[in-house]
Design a protein around this ligand. Structure first.
Ligand code: SF4
Ligand code: F3S
Ligand code: FES
Length: 254
C-alpha cells in the first residue's frame, strides 16, 4: 500500500460566514474523499461537520462540492486527482449552510410536497395494474434517484438566483412530474389535475433551457434532461397548441 501527503482546503464556518482552511493529510491507495474527511476528523479537526450515512453512494447524504463540482464525497476516488493537486471541499452552493460541509436542503422537501402523488385509476385494485415493459423501464430509471440533490445544486436557474426558488422546482422534481405525467395508469386528469399545465405554471418548467448540467452531475446516471425534461416540455407544448384544446378553451370561456 502506498501513502502520500495531500493538500486539502476545506470550508469551515456557519450561516454567519466562514472561509477555507488548509490541511495536509495522509492518503492511502483506494481511498475516497470521505475517507480523508474522516481522517481529518480523527486527527486534526474533531468538530468538522459533514453529513454522511451509507458510504456506498446510495443514501444521498454526503453531497458537497469538490473543486467546485457537485459530487458525492463517498464516491469520489482520490485517484482522480493528481497527487500534488489541492483538493478543495465546499458545501453545496445552492442551499444555506448550517455548519462546515452541512447544508440545509429543506427547499427540496418543500418542492417534493408540492407535487401531487400518483392517482390510481378508479376501480382498479392493487395487483390488477398492467403496464408495458417500456413504461416500467422509464419509471425505474427515474426511481434510481437517491435524492442527493446534486442536480438541484448545479442547475443555473437557482444556483446563483435565490429569487427563482419560489417559481422553480428544479430538475429532480420536474423529473417526478414527468414520471407521473407519462405514467400510463396515472388518472390525475380524470380528477381535473393537469400535470402538464402545473409543470409550466407552478413548477417552472419554462425556466429550464436544457443545459443538461443536471444530467452531468447525477451519480445515478439518470438521463434527466433527455428522458424527463425534454419529453415533458414536448408534451406541455403539444397540449398548449393542440387545436382541439384551444377550441375547447375558447368555447369554455364564453
Ligand atoms: Fe441526485 Fe440524480 Fe436524483 Fe438529482 S436525479 S437528486 S442528481 S440522484
Ligand atoms: Fe437546469 Fe437541468 Fe434544465 S441543469 S436548466 S434543469 S437541463
Ligand atoms: Fe451515502 Fe455518500 S454516504 S451517498
Amino acid at each position: 500500500m502506498t501513502t502520500y501527503d495531500a493538500h486539502f482546503r476545506v470550508w469551515r464556518g456557519d450561516s454567519d460566514g466562514g472561509d477555507l482552511k488548509d490541511f495536509t493529510v495522509a492518503v492511502h491507495d483506494g481511498e475516497v474523499v470521505l475517507d480523508i474527511v474522516h481522517r481529518l476528523q480523527a486527527t486534526q479537526t474533531p468538530d468538522l461537520a459533514v453529513r454522511w450515512n451509507c458510504k456506498a453512494g446510495k443514501c444521498g447524504s454526503c453531497s458537497a462540492e469538490i473543486n467546485g463540482r457537485p459530487r458525492l464525497l463517498c464516491m469520489t476516488r482520490m485517484s482522480v486527482f493528481a497527487r500534488d493537486e489541492t483538493v478543495t471541499i465546499t458545501p453545496l452552493r445552492a442551499f444555506p449552510v448550517i455548519r462546515d460541509l452541512v447544508t440545509d436542503v429543506s427547499f427540496n422537501y418543500a418542492k417534493a410536497r408540492e407535487i401531487p402523488s400518483f392517482v390510481p385509476p378508479a376501480g382498479l385494485e392493487p395487483g390488477e395494474y398492467r403496464m408495458k415493459q417500456e413504461d416500467v423501464a422509464r419509471s425505474q430509471e427515474f426511481r434510481k434517484c437517491i435524492e442527493c440533490f446534486l442536480c438541484q445544486d448545479t442547475c443555473h436557474v437557482v444556483r446563483d438566483h435565490e429569487e427563482n426558488k419560489n417559481a422553480f422546482a428544479g430538475p429532480r422534481f420536474l423529473m417526478r412530474v414527468a414520471e407521473l405525467d407519462m405514467h400510463p395508469l396515472d388518472a390525475a386528469e380524470e380528477t381535473g389535475l393537469d400535470r402538464k399545465r402545473t409543470a409550466q405554471d407552478e413548477h417552472g418548467l419554462g425556466y429550464c433551457n436544457i443545459t443538461k448540467c443536471c444530467t452531468e452531475v447525477c451519480p445515478e446516471q439518470i438521463r434527466i434532461t433527455d428522458n424527463a425534461l425534454i419529453p415533458l416540455k414536448e408534451r406541455a407544448v403539444d397540449r398548449k397548441y393542440d387545436p382541439l384544446v384551444w377550441l375547447g378553451n375558447k368555447i369554455g370561456r364564453r
